[in-house]
Design a binder for this molecule. Structure first.
Ligand SMILES: NC(=O)c1ccc[n+]([C@@H]2O[C@H](COP(=O)([O-])OP(=O)(O)OC[C@H]3O[C@@H](n4cnc5c(N)ncnc54)[C@H](OP(=O)(O)O)[C@@H]3O)[C@@H](O)[C@H]2O)c1
Length: 286
């Protein structure tokens, strides 16, 4: 028996196999294209002959294949071999797909977990990546130490699929931030601002600002005008100013044009003096 099995040796399965092996786990790995699994073989990693064999050979199996349907097929083929096993799937799923996988695993006597990974495969070896779990709590508790060896683990809820919905709430801010950081880099290039100044300064600026912002946007609304730290109109102007600066530098203004439209719509609806932190309500109330 191994300590943990990994089904799928694509980018994510390979990264997980390497991290688990580095933590001292005895890993069984299976991949449809066998050479990819063999490339991972070593003192801690043995290649299984089939997905069913890999699923049967450890108390915890992590399924890291393309999507829900592939995972479902492999798990269903394992049949009774899943008795007492915990199966964690890394596929991005809807709640319905998660319930479906849960049903297939449970029918075969296993216990299902969603394993939502808030990172790219290349970031996993850092050990700092965030992994969200939902599904069978007893399975999570039983394998908590092993799961914690791959990164920052957080159990969200017993409902299958909950990890993905919660992950979406966290990750939705990533793309706009990434685009804005790219624009910051372009500004540095155009104005000969050194990267070794830009990077540490960004890292100094954002951790505090994110904490402060989260406190403000999560605070209960105070209707007193004196309490309005930044109004909808101020943010509309700020978005327009940012767009104008970027336009001058011949950089794309699309993101700030959209923000300007958002705040202007709230202002046009009579919320110009209101706190911008209630923007979702101001816009929704139209
Ligand atoms: N990569 C990331 O950064 C990342 C981040 C978060 C979550 N995830 C999730 O992790 C899962 C794997 O992603 P990945 O990036 O590792 O994908 P990938 O590199 O494209 O690998 C896909 C894996 O699925 C296997 N596969 C595909 N169709 C199959 C089939 N019909 N039967 C058996 N195996 C099959 C592939 O086997 P072959 O090698 O034989 O083709 C390969 O092992 C996905 O569900 C993804 O949503 C990935």
């Amino acid at each position: 028996m191994g300590d943990v099995s990994v089904i799928g040796a694509g980018a994510m399965g390979s990264a997980l196999t390497e991290v688990l092996a580095a933590s001292g786990a005895d890993v069984r790995v299976w991949n449809r294209t066998r050479q990819k699994a063999e490339a991972l073989a070593g003192p801690q990693v043995r290649v299984a002959g089939s997905a069913a064999e890999a699923l049967a050979s450890s108390a915890l199996a992590i399924v890291a294949v393309t999507d829900h349907l592939v995972a479902r097929t492999l798990v269903a083929e394992a049949g009774e071999d899943l008795e007492g096993k915990a199966v964690a799937s890394t596929c991005v799923v809807t709640p319905e797909q998660a319930r479906d996988l849960d049903a297939v695993v449970s029918a075969a006597g296993g216990r299902y977990l969603d394993l939502a990974i808030l990172a790219n495969a290349s970031e996993v070896p850092s050990g700092d990546c965030v992994f969200l779990l939902s599904g069978d709590r007893a399975a999570y508790e039983a394998h908590r130490d092993r799961l914690e060896s791959i990164g920052r683990i957080s159990y969200v809820d017993g409902a299958p699929g909950a990890a993905y919905i919660s992950g979406m709430a966290v990750v939705v801010a990533y793309l706009p931030m990434a685009v804005a950081l790219l624009q910051g880099l372009r500004i540095c290039e155009r104005h000969d601002i050194p990267l070794d100044w830009f990077k540490p300064t960004v890292l100094e600026f954002y951790p505090f600002q994110i904490r402060s912002l989260l406190e403000r946007i999560a605070a209960k609304p105070n209707p007193s005008a004196a309490d309005v730290e930044g109004s909808v109109d101020v943010m509309a102007d700020w978005a327009a100013e940012n767009a104008a600066y970027l336009r001058e530098m011949d950089l794309d203004t699309g993101m700030f044009d959209a923000l300007h439209r958002l705040f202007s719509a709230a202002s046009d609806a009579g919320h110009g003096d209101a706190a911008w932190t209630r923007i979702a309500e101001h816009v929704a109330s139209n």
